[in-house]
Design a protein around this ligand. Structure first.
Ligand SMILES: [Zn+2]
Length: 201
């Protein structure tokens, strides 16, 4: 039931906290846990668009009652993701705080509410990794592109070429530079374009 993260071995125990918080044995009051989030942290649950990460996270747990905890998740740093327009690396600044109550109640797990997480009374621990991960990932806007003029122009024009051919409706640039006559045969034109770009570099 609990996901145990083995990434931080025992040698680092004093510097890096475990994501598995032992709620059941916490004293009343506040306790703080600090983490550094790398790209592996975001990618270990499967596909993710995170290429790089240098994000610090602080989780403060305030045990208010026997069965109720207030969690405050503060994250700041930088993610590297792909630009939607040119696919080059794009730095995304993360500066966010998420607060959620955690209540021990009954036997069911219920995360359907934004501000309250209900976990079974029998749980002595809570893995906060998914909460921390979502807190950071939710800061990525639906459309993330470089500032005007900062895209990789070569890649952008190649992609918009194919947009003009109707292969990629999402690329969306209006400029459609002249067709590349060398791209032919059975090779997917997008791959051909990438190969050509590579050859030219
Ligand atoms: Zn770009």
């Amino acid at each position: 039931m609990f996901i145990t993260l083995h990434r931080f071995n025992a040698n680092f125990k004093t510097q890096v906290a475990s994501f598995n918080l032992k709620l059941g044995s916490m004293v009343f009051g506040s306790e703080t846990f600090k983490y550094h989030l790398d790209a592996a942290f975001f990618n270990e649950i499967g596909q993710s668009e995170v290429r790089g990460s240098d994000v610090d996270a602080t989780v403060t747990v305030d045990r208010k009652r026997e069965d109720y905890f207030e969690l405050k998740i503060e994250c700041s740093g930088t993610l590297v993701i792909a630009c939607d327009r040119c696919l080059d690396d794009l730095e995304h600044e993360v500066e966010t705080t998420y607060e959620i109550g955690v209540k021990l109640s009954g036997t069911d797990y219920d995360d359907s509410r934004d501000e309250l997480l209900i976990i079974p009374e029998s749980w002595r621990e809570l893995d906060v990794a998914p909460l921390v991960r979502d807190t950071v990932l939710l800061t990525i806007p639906m459309t993330h592109v470089h500032a005007h003029g900062e895209c990789n122009r070569e890649m952008e024009s190649l992609l918009s070429d194919h947009a003009a051919e109707g292969l990629n409706d999402a690329a969306g640039s209006e400029t459609a530079p002249e067709q590349d006559e060398n791209v032919e045969g059975n090779v997917d034109p997008r791959w051909a374009a990438l190969l050509k770009l590579k050859e030219n570099n």
